[in-house]
Structure formats: structure tokens, C-alpha cells
Design a protein around this ligand. Structure first.
Ligand SMILES: *Cc1c(COP(=O)(O)O)cnc(C)c1O
Length: 403
């Protein structure tokens, strides 16, 4: 049996990881979602509508690009990019947000609720809500609202109701708590829309399935372009949804090596990175078991990355399992290496990548010189428009940048 059919188990486990460790009030609601998804995942009209949306609204299939110039500069393996940045709203996130919106519609729900950190997930979910004619309620820390104002404007234009969260650190973790509390009060009429392959069962499976289109498309496109499978396939990992999406197309192929790239930030001390696999250990966060970065009290540790979409102290349970069996190699890229990749792809390929995606590009650039004659397929999870002000104000335009 292939990996995707085999995992997760009926109860949402990937080996020892995953599951649903919930307050009793939440349990029946998660079961309702799991049952509905189980039914719809094999429902012809649900699948047909999702396919229609991908083609006529999202802009799928997204292309695979041979990064010829960058490959030549690196002088080794040939680098290819799966262009998820060309999705409507500029990143892979719409792949699962449209799936979740359609699920809400089929379940007869009236509203989507979620938290957002940097605002990327909030914008994608607000887009889905607008498309399906659903209400949308996004919880966001006050610190993040000030930092990520353009995304706040987008969410409001898309008709979402923004709930500012003003307690604790006023960032992502508090936003999750606030969103869950609000969801509990209206779970009969609302659906929680998780932003990655994290959270309690059935979300890690559902989000992976919605993202698997990335890997299935890429496998066929790469075959058509080169007549072969790629030797190496890689993606950045925050919660891990864009990576699981791309890996889905290759996970049963023993000849293809898979790599997840974590943010190594500015150093090895706790608080300077978000390299969960490198420094974490098994633990519990937000209702599921995974590899986790913890502080001296065993609490989820503070994390840092130049890419706000990657700064999560946990990681999806499926990644935690794939790491434990050695099926996927987890490496990292520092903030500095990531910036270099950001400038390199902009200057040599005409593609401004998201800082998140730049981590995967950086890893490919490190690997390429050691693998002449081979090929590397990178998931370019999102476009960098959201990052250009930050990068240019802090680091300049890369005028002197040269590989
Ligand atoms: C949110 C985001 C990520 C990180 O999420 P994953 O679930 O790890 O894929 C990566 N890239 C972009 C562009 C994002 O917006």
C-alpha cells in the first residue's frame, strides 16, 4: 500500500505522532469534520467542483520552470522550480483554503474561522470565504496587525471580520487560543480553517490531501520536460503543508530523495531559529503530537526566522514521522543564506520569491555544486511581493550582489 493510503491511521496517527488531544467540548466537532471529509474525499461532485475551482479561479496547473541561469551559476545540478507563487493570492495556501471553504459549503456551515500570524493564511481564507459566500472571522495578534498592515487591508477588502487579540504576547499563539475559543461558541454553524498540516486530526490529513495536487502536477510536468523523475525534491517547512504537497507526488518513488528545509535564523541558541527537527524533541502543541522546540519549562519555545511564515515551534505530525524513519532529510538555511537566494532568484531568473520559499532555494544552491549531472526540484511556495519593503529597507537592493 502506498504511503498516502497507509497514513494517517483512522485516528489520525503517523507512527507515534499526530492524533487529536482535545478538550472534551471540541471532540464531537472534530469528529463531525473528520466524518464529513471522509465522505467527501470520495464524492464525485465535491472532487469535480474542487477541480473546476483550481482551473478556473486559482490558475492551476502552475508551471514548472527550469532555472537555467541559476543552475549555470551554481555549476552542478540542474535546478527546477514548481511555481506555486503563480497561484491566485500568490502562494500555495489557497490550495487548502479552497478545499476547506468547499468543505464548509458541503457541510452547510455559514462561516470560516481561523487565526493568522503574518496574515498570509488569513488572506487566503478570506478569499475562499468571499468565493463561497461565507462569513469569515480572522483572529490576529495586535503586534502582528501593526507589523503586517497590508494583509490586514486585504482581509478587510475581502469582507473578513478581523478580531484583534490583545492578551499575552499578542502574536500567533494567542491568536490560535482566541480563534479556538470563538470557534467553540459557534461550532454548529462555523468551520475552523487550519493553515498548515498541523492541529488535531483530521486537519493534517485534509490539508495534505488538498496540497497533494502540487506534487502530482509536478511529477507529470517534470516527466514531460525531462523524460525523468527529479533526483532531489525539496521545500521549506514551517508547519509543512507546501512540503507535504510536493512530497506527495514522489513519496512512493524510492529513487527520489526528499528534503525539508527549516529556518536556521541567526544562530543555534533557543529563540534565534525555528529548526524544529534539528533541535526539537517529541512533544504536544495545539492538540497533536509532533517534534517540538521547548524551553527549560517544557513549554513551546520562542522562535525566530526572517520569514514569518516559518516561525512555528512545532511541525506537522507526518513530517515528524517521516523524519523518525529517515525517509525525508531535514536540513536548514540561515537568514543570510536565505537573503542570498532571494537576491539570486530575483536577479538571475526574474522571479522574486517569498522569504519562506527562499529557504528551499538556498538549500538547492548549497547542494547543486556537489551533484553535477543530477536534478533538483524546488517548491517555490510563494511570491515575494509581501517581503520587498522589509528586505530593501533593511538590506538594500542587492546592487553589488554577485554569485
Ligand atoms: C505560510 C507559508 C509557508 C509555510 O507554510 P507550510 O505549511 O510550511 O508550507 C511557506 N511559504 C509561503 C509562501 C507561505 O505563505
Amino acid at each position: 500500500m502506498g504511503h498516502l493510503k497507509q497514513f494517517p491511521t483512522k485516528d489520525g496517527f503517523f507512527g507515534e505522532f499526530g492524533g487529536a488531544f482535545l478538550p472534551p467540548q471540541l471532540e464531537p466537532h472534530m469528529k463531525e469534520i473528520a466524518d464529513a471529509y471522509e465522505r467527501l474525499a470520495v464524492d464525485g461532485s465535491y472532487i469535480a467542483e474542487l477541480r473546476y475551482i483550481r482551473e478556473h479561479f486559482q490558475g492551476r496547473p502552475t508551471p514548472v520552470q527550469h532555472a537555467k541561469n541559476l543552475s549555470e551559476k551554481m555549476g552542478g545540478a540542474q535546478i527546477y522550480l514548481k511555481r506555486e507563487d503563480l497561484n491566485h493570492t500568490g502562494a500555495h495556501k489557497l490550495n487548502h483554503c479552497m478545499g476547506e471553504g468547499l468543505l464548509a459549503k458541503y457541510m452547510g456551515k455559514k462561516k470560516l474561522i481561523a487565526e493568522t500570524g503574518a496574515g498570509q493564511h488569513g488572506v487566503a481564507l478570506a478569499t475562499a470565504a468571499a468565493y463561497f459566500g461565507l462569513e469569515c472571522e480572522i483572529h490576529m495578534g495586535e503586534v502582528d496587525i501593526a507589523k503586517e498592515y497590508p494583509n490586514v487591508v486585504r482581509m478587510k477588502l475581502l469582507g473578513a471580520k478581523l478580531v484583534p487579540v490583545g492578551f499575552g504576547g499578542k502574536t500567533l499563539k494567542e491568536a490560535v487560543d482566541s480563534a479556538f475559543a470563538s470557534y467553540l461558541e459557534q461550532a454548529d454553524t462555523a468551520l475552523f480553517g487550519i493553515g498548515s498540516v498541523v492541529g488535531p486530526h483530521p486537519f493534517p490529513r485534509m490539508v495534505r490531501d488538498f496540497q497533494s495536487v502540487v506534487g502530482f502536477e509536478a511529477r507529470d510536468q517534470f516527466q514531460a520536460m525531462t523524460g525523468n523523475d527529479p533526483d532531489h525534491v525539496m521545500a521549506c517547512v514551517g508547519g509543512g503543508s507546501n512540503a507535504m504537497g510536493l512530497f506527495s507526488g514522489f513519496i512512493d518513488n524510492e529513487d527520489v530523495k526528499l528534503y525539508g528545509v527549516e529556518p536556521h535564523g541567526t544562530g543555534t541558541e533557543l529563540g534565534k531559529h525555528a529548526a524544529t527537527m534539528t533541535y526539537g524533541k517529541p512533544g504536544m502543541i495545539h492538540g497533536f503530537k509532533c517534534m517540538l522546540l521547548t524551553d527549560e519549562n517544557g513549554e513551546p519555545a520562542p522562535v525566530h526566522s526572517i520569514a514569518s511564515g516559518l516561525d512555528y515551534p512545532g511541525i506537522g505530525p507526518e513530517h515528524s514521522y517521516l523524519h523518525s524513519i529517515g525517509k525525508v532529510t531535514y536540513g536548514s538555511a540561515s537568514d543570510d543564506e536565505t537573503l542570498k537566494a532571494f537576491y539570486a532568484l530575483s536577479k538571475y531568473e526574474g522571479v522574486i520569491p517569498a522569504l519562506e520559499s527562499s529557504h528551499a532555494v538556498a538549500y538547492a544552491m548549497k547542494m547543486a555544486p556537489q551533484h553535477p549531472g543530477e536534478s533538483i526540484l524546488v517548491n517555490l511556495s510563494g511570491r515575494g511581493d509581501k517581503d520587498i519593503d522589509y528586505v530593501t529597507e533593511k538590506f538594500g537592493f542587492g546592487d553589488d550582489f554577485e554569485l
